[in-house]
Write a protein that binds this ligand. Sequence first.
Ligand SMILES: [Zn+2]
Length: 344
Amino acid sequence: MSVKKIAAHMKSNPNAKVIFMVGAGISTSCGIPDFRSPGTGLYHNLARLRLPYPEAVFDVDFFQSDPLPFYTLAKELYPGIFKPSKFHYLLKLFQDKNLLRRVYTQNIDTLERQAGVKDDLIIEAHGSFAHCHCIGCGKVYPQQVFKSKLDEEPIKDFVKCDVCDELIKPAIVFFGEDLPDSFSETWLSDSEWLREKPSNSDEHQQQPLVIVAGTSLAVYPFASLPEEIPRKAKRVLCNLETVGDFKTNKRSTDLIVNQLSDSFAEQLVEELGWQEDFQKILTAQTAVTDASKERLLEVVHDLESLSLNRSERDDSNKQDKMPRHTDYHAIDEHKKMVNKSSST
Ligand SMILES: [Zn+2]
């Protein structure tokens, strides 16, 4: 019912641009584990790497003492391995319709970019793999410097700064690090844009929408964005549970859709009569999928074998810091198993 209302709002405000604020929930259907889901979450998988606590993988001090868990995680999440979800392509469709003002994302998977959303329309609040920097002197390096190490099998050593010999890491915001300046600067300008008085231009006579999707609104300062949305704009929440300011300070104009973001995307496209354009975007992407699926299977196995080797190593108190060579026979067996289960 609420999706119908959103579509109706858009039809009666046909020039109103939309701001999206998104989180891990829009990427879970791509196979990227949600950090916090018990049992299946990324933190749970990382716990097998014997981190002192799972979040340590994003702690600069811990990274400095043992970079391997982060390298393992980076290998699993590295852009290019996963395919965007329908919701990511919905963002692209909004852009194609000239209805996208901005996407604020908490995700570091860069799937918004991969779906074709333009660089200047995306704010990656928690950084991304797009650049690297030295944790000592801050020298900036191209992403390839870090990525080239991930291609090594096994990972033998870690990338270091040619100036100060400290470790280099992707520009992903770790605990205790500041968010990129672009986050607050852009939000300041976007919230002013949302607040602007009606003018003679078409765009401003229209009530803009802010769609918050796939986030538990648990991580600040991102979680405080919805309460800062000016009342002139209409807020939408698409999430399995009603969370954050939508729960504690619900506005009478809020629209809440408690469902998965992909089915939300499908329904909204249908209500707006955009199926044909949406299908074109989806079809253009199919060719990329098969290659990345193959790569994903290898990465999943590498992660398993790495954690297994680490526990063996710890048990036997070996000094060897590196995992053993990957068992390629086991990968083949694993692929057969996965292919079998996915074809049934
Ligand atoms: Zn340095």
